[in-house]
Design a protein around this ligand. Structure first.
Ligand SMILES: Nc1ccn([C@@H]2O[C@H](COP(=O)(O)O)[C@@H](O)[C@H]2O)c(=O)n1
Ligand SMILES: C[C@@]1(CO)OP(=O)(O)OP(=O)(O)OC[C@H]1O
Length: 158
């Protein structure tokens, strides 16, 4: 009837990379490093969805050793995962996410990110919440070495 899943992901900052979060390119002096486009938020959401349907994790479905996922658009990866969710007979209850980043400032971009995630999953924007927090300059996020993100998803049988 109900399935819950949680996700967590981290990507480090690097120069000469775009900073793509939730499918939106955020203006910032550094970007995120990964085999794909390193969209830490969409990876977290994909992992939460895969967890909710007991399908492992993003690395199982899109290995970082596979050249076809080099610089992959994580929006496509999430849509693939979401199709699996729908094919298993589930729809979204709600999705709640936290971006853990000292920088960049996310607040100006949150509504665009929420709209984009709702578009990707074909759900209403009020089913999606995205928030951000710093770690008060503590730890790797506090030193602006990278970004972490967490997500919790609730699925319901269609
Ligand atoms: N990268 C971030 C981090 C935080 N925010 C916003 O600032 C608020 C206060 O953050 P604290 O870590 O001091 O609690 C937070 O609630 C967010 O609204 C942000 O926009 N971008
Ligand atoms: C998405 C994949 C695949 O390109 O690569 P990365 O961008 O490195 O991301 P990560 O969060 O380590 O997870 C899974 C990978 O297999």
């Amino acid at each position: 009837m109900f399935r819950i899943g949680q996700g967590f992901d981290v990507h480090q900052f690097a120069t000469d990379r775009p900073c793509i979060i939730g499918g939106i390119t955020i203006p910032y002096e550094k970007g995120l490093l990964g085999h794909s486009d390193a969209d830490v938020l969409l990876h977290t959401i994909a992992d939460a969805c895969l967890g909710a349907i007991s399908e492992g994790d993003i690395g199982k479905h899109f290995p970082d050793t596979d050249p076809q996922f080099k610089d992959a658009d994580s929006q496509i990866l999430l849509q693939h995962v979401w199709k699996m969710v729908e094919e298993k007979g589930y729809k979204l209850g709600n999705l709640d996410c936290t971006i853990i980043a000292q920088a960049p400032k996310m607040a100006p971009h949150i509504s665009k990110i929420v709209e984009n995630i709702a578009r990707l999953l074909q759900v209403d924007t009020d089913q999606i919440n995205v928030k951000a927090t710093t770690t008060e300059q503590l730890g790797f996020t506090g030193r602006k070495e990278g970004i972490a993100a967490q997500a919790v998803v609730l699925l319901m049988k269609k």
